[in-house]
Design a protein around this ligand. Sequence first.
Ligand code: PLP
Length: 392
Amino acid sequence: MKQQTKLIQAGRGKKWTGQAVNPPVVRASTITFDSMAELAHASQHKGDRVPYYGRRGTATHFAFQEAICELEGGAGCALYPCGAAAVSGALLSFLQHGDHLLMVDTVYEPTRALCEKILRPMGVETEYYDPMIGAGIERLLRPNTKAIFLESPGSLTMEVQDVPAICNIARAKGVITLLDNTWASPILCRPFELGVDISIQAATKYIVGHSDVMLGTASANEQYWPQLREHSYILGYCASADDVYQASRGLRTLGVRLAQHQQNALKIASWIEQRPEVEAVRHPAFASNPGHEFFVRDFSGSNGLFSFVLRQGGAKAVAAFVEGMQYFKMGFSWGGYESLISPTLNVQKLRTASQWPYSGPLIRLHIGLEDPEDLIADLEQAFSRFKAALLA
Ligand SMILES: *Cc1c(COP(=O)(O)O)cnc(C)c1O
């Protein structure tokens, strides 16, 4: 089955949908049983998409979990109220006092905050590594290294990691690998084929796709699924049936949306690259992007998210750029149908184990589904405001 067909079929077996096209929204805390035997059966199979208690999910959740497994390739998928909860839930399901965690230096900022503010006081030591380390990760392994956390491409700066090189070494040493796979969504790369043990999605982004629901997933291979499932359940992570329904719905158009995001973003990134004010474009599909060769090898395409670095400019000039946009809205998150803009003045401040090569400000864009000509006109005016502010 081709991927676009899989996106339409996944999680839509009659078992979940009945005679309808979509699985229904089944809201429940209590699940009721008619007999001791039924209760015993549910208790034995409570991790296998058999209704047991609301926190373990209903048919709405089971259909979506099945779909994510089919798309990403995991043995099972746990659901969380947001992407940040999926990150914390997956890490807390495996880490204990005394463990050493290797964390990519370009990780999503709240994940770094989790390591520093929650894990470190609990006795888990996080050591950050250069995103381009590849097989060099071996030098950082210690006897107590429990897990390696990857995010590829890196948040904001888009370095693409050599995921298989890192996972090969980790697997040989019995170290768990977790990948924040949000940028790729469940369809632009196959994390389990690259050797990853646990793949995390902020479903909030492209899966939901409409900037109106928060949801997270963590999928695991056969080896780690039982512990991920049980420990996340014990920690109390769950998601509402209404939100999961919206995510299921988002999956059906994920392929066509991503194709359009990709096309629009490539067009706009190429236009930006020609601008004299721009020092560099960070887009994984561009040959100049660190790890581009791994992108070509491991990904089937790109999306609407990329960044660029201006040659110069302080807070005032950057404000002139990002304020007064007609279509690009300023705000966090990405993956919806709309365009977003987000400035970062000091990238180096966000990392400790690698050198950021530029001194100018960085601007991250999420390119939505608007007509790219309109978006380019919007950016053209932003560059004019920026230039005027530099001269003022
Ligand atoms: C947004 C994001 C998250 C967190 O997701 P939320 O649903 O906002 O909690 C985690 N990782 C990455 C890479 C993200 O972009």
